[in-house]
Design a protein around this ligand. Sequence first.
Ligand SMILES: *[C@@H]1O[C@H](CO)[C@@H](O)[C@H](O)[C@H]1NC(C)=O
Ligand SMILES: *[C@@H]1O[C@H](CO)[C@@H](O)[C@H](O)[C@H]1NC(C)=O
Length: 300
Amino acid sequence: MANLKQDGYSAEERLPMLEKDEEQGVQLPIDGGASRKLNYKWTFILVVLNCTMFLVTFADVAFRTFRSNNPSTDGYATDLNPLLKQTSYYSPLLDRVSVPLKTKSINDTLYNRSVYAQPPGLQVDEAWKQLTRLGLTYITAADVTHIGKDPSLTVHAPDNPDAHLMMPLVTHQLHCLNGIRKNLFREYYYPDASMLSPLHEDHLLHCLDVVREALQCAAPTELITYNWMRDVDIPQPDFTYNAVCRDWDGLKGWMDANEVDPMRTIAVWRREGGEREVDEPWQWTRIREEQERQREAMME
Ligand SMILES: *[C@@H]1O[C@H](CO)[C@@H](O)[C@H](O)[C@H]1NC(C)=O
Ligand SMILES: *[C@@H]1O[C@H](CO)[C@@H](O)[C@H](O)[C@H]1NC(C)=O
C-alpha cells in the first residue's frame, strides 16, 4: 500500500491519468503491493475501452472525411447508377437515366478519324450541331440546394418556381471544344472579322480552360503504348486502347428527349420582378461603354 500514494494519488484518482498517458503511448508505472491485481484489471479494462473509443472515433472521422469528399452519395431516390453515384458529385440525372459503363476498344489513330474530326462541311457541321445541343432542362429547388447552389439565385421557369433551368456539364464542355474547333477553321466559320464577338478571344480562352479542367477532373488512367514503326526512327505512340466509358448514346438520348428548346423558352423569358441578380463582369461594362462611345462618334 506504500506505493499507492507515492505521488499522492489513489488508484482511482490515477485512472484518468493512466488513460491520458496511454494515449501518448506512455505507460505509467504500475502500483505494487496489494493493489497490483486491481490495477492490472483496471488497466486491461481501460485499454479495451480506450481501443474501442479510438476505433469509434477513427471510424467516425473516416466516415465524415469520406462523406465530405463525397457529400453527395446519399439523397438519391433510386438505386440506378450505383458506381457513378460514388464517383460523381450529386446529380439528379443519375436518378433519371441509366448510364451503364461500357468497355470499348477505341482506335484513335491519326488517319482513322470520326466525322467530328473532318474538315468543315455540311455533314460535319450537322454532326457537331447535334452533339453540342445544350440539353437544357429543369431540376427542382431541392436539387439546386443538393448540388450546392442557392435556388434563390438560379433561374426558374416563369410559371413554376420549382423548375430551375440547368445544363448538363458535358454539353458545355462539348460546346467549348466545338468553339475551339471552329476557331481552327476561322476562314470557314468567320469569313468576315466583323462576325467575331468582342468576347471571341476571352470565350475561347475560357473554353480552353473548361476542356483542360474536364480532362484533369476525369484524369483517365487507361494507357497509350508505343510501337516501332517501319521506316520511322523513334518509337511511335499507338492510339488504340481499351477504355471503360459511360454510355454516351443512352445519356445523349435522354438529354435530347428531355431538352427544353432554348430559342422558344429562355429566349422569351423575362424577369417577373424581385429576382436576385449576380454582378456583370467589369470587362462587359467596359465593352458596353466602348460600344456606346463608338455609336455616339458615328452619330456626330
Ligand atoms: C485503326 O484504324 C486504322 C485506320 O483505319 C487502321 O489502319 C488500323 O488497322 C486500326 N487499328 C486497330 C488496332 O484497329
Ligand atoms: C475508326 O474510328 C471509328 C470512330 O471512332 C470507329 O468506330 C472504327 O471502329 C475505327 N476503325 C477501325 C478500323 O478501328
